[in-house]
Design a protein around this ligand. Structure first.
Ligand code: 26V
Length: 793
């Protein structure tokens, strides 16, 4: 990348302001400046983007196709500025015109095309692939409405549609020439042994490309998102015959297909529209991949040498049958060649073992929406059964359902889990028999996060301390953070503490402005942010909050370590229990924050609409990271890694990547509690586990009693009877059985925080030990062991 001087940058911004936006600088709004700045910065990305594409063609590099129904990108301007090293320059340039960079950055809506961990992981992977010069493209759907916006009304979650595309999106390039027809429904006939599919519906997939630039701007890859358009505007014959609704059907299908992101991230909802979305992504992407491949090579047998396809969970698992269909039906290959080629190109990442999240489609729906694919799936299944002699329940099609996990597993060359523990559990539980049938197929790639966004960009204060101490270069070589330990000194501790303190002050000011709650920056900021799920046990955290509140009231004069409890996250709109937990947190916050006896010793805040941008402001301000899922349920977690990197200590269970975080930062620098995954299994076998645990714990009994009496909902005393009853009688995630251990660990946290020298030393070990959790390390693992691909020079 050629370095850009401040004057050139200024000229580019002013030029875009006038000639692209059509505004005179004296009358330009913050929005206008944001658009102009984005176009100017985008110009700087485009050169390396073209260079990267050219190099990939010239060197005949192997390309990675990362298929994901979700990409949780967040804001793009701030990220590009940091990667290009233009942050300070543009700040000065805008200041010359009386414009604050933070306002300009804050004007950009988050690209919230994802639900949570899986979608954010995809975004971090794109950043790391660009940084490592790994030729690859992310493929997804250009949803008009990303994840819903969350508000609270009377403490209850209310969802409103998200509308990031109502304003023009300056980072994307529409590609009207890259259009593919995606067919649905209809019937299949067989002529001379060959299948001919006659679809009765279709939509056009149109590409929109966003360049994704890596560290220091030397390489950029593409995120290609598909938008659905009607293949024909309307059926004039039908319209003239008076059937207006039917005449508009193609347009209606196209309008709905890429309209909204599904906000459910656990329950497999089985909706036809969702299946169509999954096929839309998959088919358009594979057609695009084959077109690109055939523009360079003429022998489809070379495909596995030149292409690796990654299925991000089972959502794009139709890639198996669709690739075979394209190769056999459209390109005339034999079944056996096509089956072999597909099996060498495809890989599958599993992100959850929760049974309710494993996708299944009824054969009836699959056969109706994708009749040709149903035939192909049956044949893949027959060959799978013949080759492995597996029992009935390991079939892809079983009990009239297509099991997408089994389909993805059978079609994939490599199948991976997302943390060491999760991968072991895949091998021992859900995928044990498939693992035996296909030995060696499962491997581990522990997740990571990009240190550019999650440290350098979100935490400039700490980043400066790190650079001052070990010099620059850690941003794309995060293992170097371990060097911090050699420089341990009071001065370093003080500098890190000061950076944290500044972040806490900034966060407190934001909470004051947004929510009208005053936070004391000296208090410990204790944070749990993530989707609301029973297995993540936000309920256990609220119950501990209540116990703490009651204890402070009983003895306000004791030596309390002041705490701020911060909650954040959305519940799926149909997930009633999760929504009750949200309401409870808000009810508890109302009571606690208004209690004059408690004062600064405890505050509870739940800022609404947690998203990537809120995470960037909140995580750097955290002292304590809550990673308290029931052991064996959280596949990896990635928030846990971001907190560690930003110098928060973890209170957590031996679950997902917590296990590896603890190994890297040292057991003595991690607040461990709770049952292991094995003990959890044993506990489930005791029918009375919750009741027994509650009867052993006076504190828990008291807390549940307060809830039952309506202490936090006096206007409706029975409001939380459901949660209380659940804890006593169907405590599926063992909140009761782990509660006392959690309380004890929280007491240890208090003691450690009160000892500043001890806390500072623990923080340093956490930051220094977090280098392993860079997504650069993860992507290197995929390149070497899954994709078998090399970085380009
Ligand atoms: C599941 C489903 C089920 C069908 C309906 C739509 C839908 C949408 C999303 C999901 C995803 C659930 C899986 C997921 O997000 N897993 C998370 O993946 C993270 C990245 O690997 C990991 O860190 C988290 O532990 C894991 O919960």
């Amino acid at each position: 990348m050629t370095p850009i001087g401040a004057d050139d940058l200024e000229a580019a911004i002013l030029r875009h302001l006038v000639y692209t936006i059509g505004k005179d600088k004296d009358h330009a709004s913050t929005h206008d400046w944001r658009m102009a700045a984005s176009y100017a910065v985008r110009d700087a990305v485009v050169d390396s983007w073209f260079a990267a594409t050219r190099q990939t063609y010239e060197q005949k590099g192997k390309r990675v196709y990362y298929l994901s129904m979700e990409f949780l990108m967040g804001r793009l301007l701030d990220d590009a500025l940091v990667n290009l090293g233009l942050h300070d320059k543009i700040k000065d340039v805008l200041a010359r015109h009386g414009i604050a960079l933070d306002d300009v950055i804050g004007d950009e809506p988050d690209a919230a095309l994802g639900n949570g961990g899986l979608g954010r992981l995809a975004a971090c992977f794109l950043d790391s692939m660009a940084t490592l010069r790994c030729p690859g493209m992310g493929y997804g759907i250009r949803y008009e409405h990303g994840l819903f916006r969350q508000r609270f009304e009377g403490g209850r979650q209310v969802e409103t549609p998200e509308d990031w595309l109502t304003q023009p999106h300056p980072w994307e390039f529409e590609r009207p020439e890259a259009n593919y027809t995606v067919p649905f429904k209809g019937w299949v006939e067989t002529v001379d042994g060959r299948a001919i599919w006659h679809p009765s519906e279709s939509v056009l997939a149109r590409a929109y490309d966003t360049p994704v630039v890596g560290w220091q701007g030397t390489w950029a890859n593409t995120l290609r998102l598909w938008a659905a358009h009607p293949t024909e505007l309307f059926d004039l014959e039908r319209f003239n015959a008076g059937d207006h609704t039917a005449a508009a059907a193609p347009e209606a299908l196209a309008r709905t297909l890429s309209r909204v992101l599904y906000p459910e991230d656990t329950t497999d909802s089985g909706k036809e529209l969702r299946l169509k979305q999954e096929f839309f992504l998959t088919s358009a992407t594979l057609q695009d991949m084959l077109r690109r491949f055939l523009s360079e090579y003429d022998d489809l047998a070379l495909l596995p040498e030149k292409v690796a396809i990654q299925m991000n969970d089972t959502h794009p698992a139709l890639a198996g049958p669709e690739l075979i269909r394209l190769l056999v039906d459209e390109h005339g290959l034999d079944w056996s060649d096509a089956r072999k080629i597909a099996g060498q190109c495809l890989n599958y990442t599993n992100h959850t073992l929760l049974p309710e999240a494993l996708e299944r489609w009824s054969t009836w729906l699959m056969g109706r929406v994708l009749p040709r694919h149903m035939q192909i799936i049956e044949r893949i299944d027959a060959e799978h059964v013949a080759a492995t002699k597996c029992p009935e329940h390991l079939r892809i099609v079983w009990h009239d359902q297509v099991h997408m996990g089994t389909l993805a597993f059978v079609m994939a060359r490599h199948v991976n889990g997302v943390s060491a523990l999760h991968t072991d559990l895949m091998k021992d539980t859900v995928f044990a028999e498939l693992n035996a049938a296909y030995p060696g197929r499962i491997l581990n790639q522990t997740n990571g996060v990009t240190p550019r966004r999650w440290l350098r960009l979100s935490n400039p204060g700490l980043s400066a301390v790190i650079t001052d101490t070990i010099e620059a270069g850690w941003e794309n070589d995060l293992g170097r953070l371990s060097e911090l330990v050699r420089h341990e000194s009071d001065a370093l501790h003080a500098a890190i503490r000061a950076a944290k303190r500044a972040n806490k002050e900034a966060f407190a000011a934001w909470v004051q402005a947004e929510m009208g709650v005053t936070l004391n920056p000296d208090a410990m900021f204790d944070v749990q942010v993530k989707r609301i799920h029973e297995y993540k046990r936000q309920l256990m955290n609220v119950l501990e909050t209540i116990a703490r509140w009651a204890a402070i009231r009983r003895d306000p004069g004791a030596d309390w370590v002041p705490r701020v409890k911060v909650f954040g996250g959305k519940a799926a709109p149909g997930y009633a229990t999760a929504k009750q937990v949200i309401r409870l947190v808000n009810d508890v916050a109302r009571v606690v924050n208004a209690d004059p006896v408690v004062g600064d010793r405890l505050k509870v805040v739940y800022p609404p609409n947690y998203n990537v941008s809120m995470a960037q402001r909140l995580i750097p301000a955290a002292d304590l990271s809550e990673q308290i899922s029931t052991a064996g349920k959280e596949a990896s977690g990635t928030g846990n890694m971001k907190f560690t990197m930003n110098g928060a200590l973890t209170i957590g269970t031996l679950d997902g990547a917590n296990v590896e975080i603890r190994e890297h930062v040292g057991a003595e620098n991690f607040f461990l509690f709770g049952m292991t995954a094995e003990e959890v299994q044993a506990c489930y076998r005791k029918p009375d586990h919750a009741r027994a645990a509650i009867l052993q714990s006076q504190v828990l009994q008291d807390v549940l009693q307060m809830l039952a009496e309506g202490r936090f909902s006096p206007e409706e005393p029975t409001r939380y009877h459901g949660l209380v009853d659940m804890t006593w009688n169907h405590d599926s995630f063992l909140v009761a059985s782990d509660f006392d251990a959690y309380m004890a660990a929280q007491a240890e946290v208090d003691a450690a925080y009160a000892d500043t020298a001890r806390w500072d030393a623990m923080v340093l070990q956490n930051i220094a030990g977090s280098g392993y959790f860079s997504s650069d390390r993860t992507i290197r693992g995929y390149m070497d062991e899954v994709w078998h691909t090399k970085a380009l020079g």
